[in-house]
Ligand binder design. Structure first.
Ligand code: ZN
Length: 182
């Protein structure tokens, strides 16, 4: 399939699946804004060379957060895209703490494409935390989220220097300012 067709189809598919969903932040951005950001980061990181990684980035939250199945993604976008989405999808039958622990554990064994999507996703989430923090999250909860994101990303390091730089910048923006004595 022509790559422009594939990418526009993925956007249309994801927008329809996430219709009505909003981000957790105080600005309540439409959910699709997160998908466009993650896909753009993945596209820049790969210089647009790996269409399937970009398509999977657009679709990365469809199975976790909507009624989409992996079969549906495989039918429309192919097995590699479905596999990439599977690599970045949490098993929602598990308790939250276990899902978070598994993300840290799985990151190091993920494929190169999945590591890029994961890095882009965490970068987008940290950027959102700086400009539109989730409603009702006290500073400790935000600090905990940052700490966990940093631990997941340890396993993704070495996959894409530019994207790691974007993540590090987003993380640094959330660190408390250092005092002169530090
Ligand atoms: Zn996401």
């Amino acid at each position: 399939m022509n790559s422009i067709l594939k990418i526009t189809e993925a956007y249309h598919f994801a927008a329809a699946k996430h219709v009505g969903q909003r981000r957790k932040g105080v600005a309540e951005e439409p959910y699709v804004n997160h998908l466009t950001e993650v896909a753009e980061l993945a596209a820049r990181a790969t210089a647009g060379a790996d269409i399937e990684v970009i398509v999977a980035a657009v679709l990365h939250d469809t199975v976790e957060d909507t009624q989409t199945t992996f079969e549906e993604i495989a039918d429309r976008f192919g097995d590699r895209v479905a596999g990439l989405v599977a690599e970045v999808t949490d098993d929602k039958t598990l308790p939250k703490a276990e899902r978070k622990r598994l993300q840290i554990e799985h990151a190091a064994h993920a494929s190169q494409g999945a590591k890029i999507i994961k890095l882009a996703d965490k970068t987008s989430n940290l950027r959102a935390m700086a400009v539109s923090p989730p409603k009702g999250w006290p500073p400790e909860r935000r600090a905990e989220y940052l700490d966990w994101s940093l631990r997941v990303v340890v396993g993704c390091r070495g996959s894409n220097a530019w994207l790691e730089g974007q993540f590090d910048e987003a993380a640094a923006a959330l660190q408390p300012p250092k005092t002169a004595r530090d």
